[in-house]
Design a protein around this ligand. Sequence first.
Ligand code: PRP
Ligand code: MG
Length: 174
Amino acid sequence: MHRDVEKILITEEEIRQRLDVVAQKILLEFADDELVVVILLKGALVFAADMCRRLPVKMTVECINVASYHGDIKSSGKVKFLDAKLPEVAGKKVLVMDDILDTGLTMRAVVDSLRELGASEVKGCVLLNKKKERSVTCEADYRAFDIEDEFVIGYGLDFQGKYRNLPYVGVMKQ
Ligand code: PRP
Ligand code: MG
């Protein structure tokens, strides 16, 4: 275990097993469709790479760079789109992948933008779902784990840019 980690919340093995289950659920819905997977950088990088490989469907992969935490442990309340251009999704079925649903602001802003761009369907898929009241109406259609409202790192999630490479989800030492 990394020396800055207080405890492991979700192990590599647990992640593997749950991703298999969630992938099967997604396949029930999209097995025969052409899908645009939109990965929200940077947090979703690790999760999405593992999830995409479990989905044997016709797929294109797009990335959107959004930020709302700016390295802090609390949402800034504003979602910034860092790309000049968003992917072309008009008439397409889209599955947005993110690492965590917290206030819901990020997922809400992205889903709204993709709908405005004319996507025929937009669904959300997250690794972690914080059990809390959202700042905006937003729930992910597919969720691997529900967690309490605490700050977590690893498997894509960072603290000031670090710890994304940890293969598990953990809680940081104070
Ligand atoms: C984090 C996380 C989610 C979002 C969740 O991203 O990766 O995308 O915040 O929080 P919310 O539901 O309150 O919007 P962050 O802005 O830290 O950028 P990052 O993905 O580059 O780490
Ligand atoms: Mg993010």
